[in-house]
Design a protein around this ligand. Structure first.
Ligand code: PEP
Length: 245
């Protein structure tokens, strides 16, 4: 299991510089102890697997079914066949725009693990929860809901703390705020997940950019970043990587 991760979530976008030159730029980076992971839209998984030297590949979602009459869905087994190693699950855009419940995310999580994918599970509160001071409780509930039996056998799982109010808004959480929130997340992992997962890596996501990475890493508790907007430009993504020191 890598010590730290830097994940590029392209969402339903492609890098303006082109997939191949983006990946060529990334291949020049010295990864140190940071796993570089690129999550393209489904049709580009194979291309990223084939061209991405030294980069790991993630899907942005998967079905909770193995196969069958589920038009438009993609199973974790198919993602694995494309050569991807990771799958992002429970992203707030899936939860809010596509009404994914905790229960559905848990079913996807179980099947992804059984299919040999390493899940990147996203959790995060909205601004109402943040403002009413119930963040730790809300996140603990999301972690508890993800406590599927398959966690007993998972080899690698990553948690991404992504406050909804910080995603794509340009308003990132401060390093101090993330550090404080991560204490509660760590506590919930210890409480609800198998003891062997106590060291689960916890990433932060939400408007991460080369400008705020210093503040975010300064507290020393974040194990990496899940980056949306700034990941579409390889120079910005690499600048965040450089900022992880
Ligand atoms: C994300 O897509 O998970 C994300 C954090 O996006 P952004 O960096 O654009 O806020």
């Amino acid at each position: 299991m890598p010590n730290r991760y830097l994940i590029a979530n392209w969402k339903m976008n492609l890098p303006p510089e082109g997939v191949e030159s983006y990946l060529a730029n990334l291949s020049g980076a010295d990864p140190r102890d940071v796993a570089l992971v690129v999550a393209p839209p489904f049709p580009f998984l194979r291309q990223v697997v084939q061209c991405g030297e030294g980069t790991c590949v993630a899907a942005q979602n998967c079905s909770d079914h193995v196969s069958g009459a589920f038009t438009g869905e993609v199973s974790p087994g198919m993602i694995r066949e494309c050569g991807a190693d990771y799958v992002i699950l429970g992203h707030s855009e899936r939860r809010t725009l596509f009404s994914e419940s905790d229960a559905l995310v848990a079913r996807k999580l179980a099947l992804a693990i059984e299919s040999g994918l390493a899940p990147v599970l996203c959790i995060g509160e909205d601004v109402r929860v943040r403002d009413t001071g119930h963040v730790a409780h809300f996140l603990a509930d999301q972690i508890k809901a993800a406590a599927v039996d398959a966690l007993e056998q998972v080899e690698e799982i990553v948690l991404a703390y992504e406050p909804i109010w910080a995603i794509g808004t340009g308003r990132n959480a401060s390093g101090a705020m993330v550090a404080e929130t991560l204490v509660g997340i760590r506590h919930a992992i210890e409480r609800f997940w198998p003891a062997r997962l106590a060291e689960t890596r916890i990433l932060y996501g939400g408007s991460v950019s080369p400008d705020n990475v210093d503040d975010l890493v300064a507290h020393g508790t974040i194990d990496g970043f899940l980056v949306g907007g700034a990941s579409l430009d390889s120079r910005k993504f690499l600048a965040i990587h450089a900022g992880m020191r």
